[in-house]
Design a protein around this ligand. Sequence first.
Ligand code: CMP
Length: 226
Amino acid sequence: MVSAELFRQVPLFAGLEDEDLESLISIATRRKYPKDGVIFFEHDLGDALFMILSGRIKVTILSDDGREIILAMLSDGDFFGEMSLLDNEPRSATAIALQETEMVVLHQRDFLSIVEKRPRVLINLLSVLSSRLRKANQQIGNLALHDVYGRVARILLEMASEDGTRQADGRVSFRRPTHQEIANMIGATRETVSRMISDLNRQGYIEISGKNVIIQAALAKEFART
Ligand code: CMP
């Protein structure tokens, strides 16, 4: 059962009236995926929107020889799967749970009906799509304009700005991604990323502290923007 409280956690539906929430509650379902569970594959037909209540997923494209490019990592409150519902094309990427992940699932016709009825939801949706396009533009710039060292530095800055917590001393820390995850986000090998992380650490741009990375102010000064 999906409650109004759960829906309130999803920014896409911020600003909805109780009456709308009630009707969403009666039609949405809750689904749990285990770590590494595939939610859907690229090229599948899409008929549902997914909203993450808790957990983390990756949006990824796989090449024929098994190489992976991670387009995005999404977590609590994020939604995905809207593109196929809006343009009626197959899924543009594969979605895989990175840890046990609980989601609310909304069927295409119910999603489209709420979007048509409530301009607020449409604006929330467009706002997220605009941010994703901005981020994709930055990623294209990062891939095209920088060497692997610069790419690693910039992807760490991006993660810090999205998921980071400011410490008492002003530095920002966030949960450390695996070197393979970073490699798959910037089109490099895991070995190269490991070497670059060690270099950044040695040069005082980052500090590794248990499961976290701490970003030093010098990293932003040196590598901010493209
Ligand atoms: P859809 O094409 O239906 O299925 C894959 C989903 O991944 C897509 O909808 C979006 O929700 C999401 N997605 C695709 N590309 C990106 C991206 N660059 N950033 C964030 N999410 C994305």
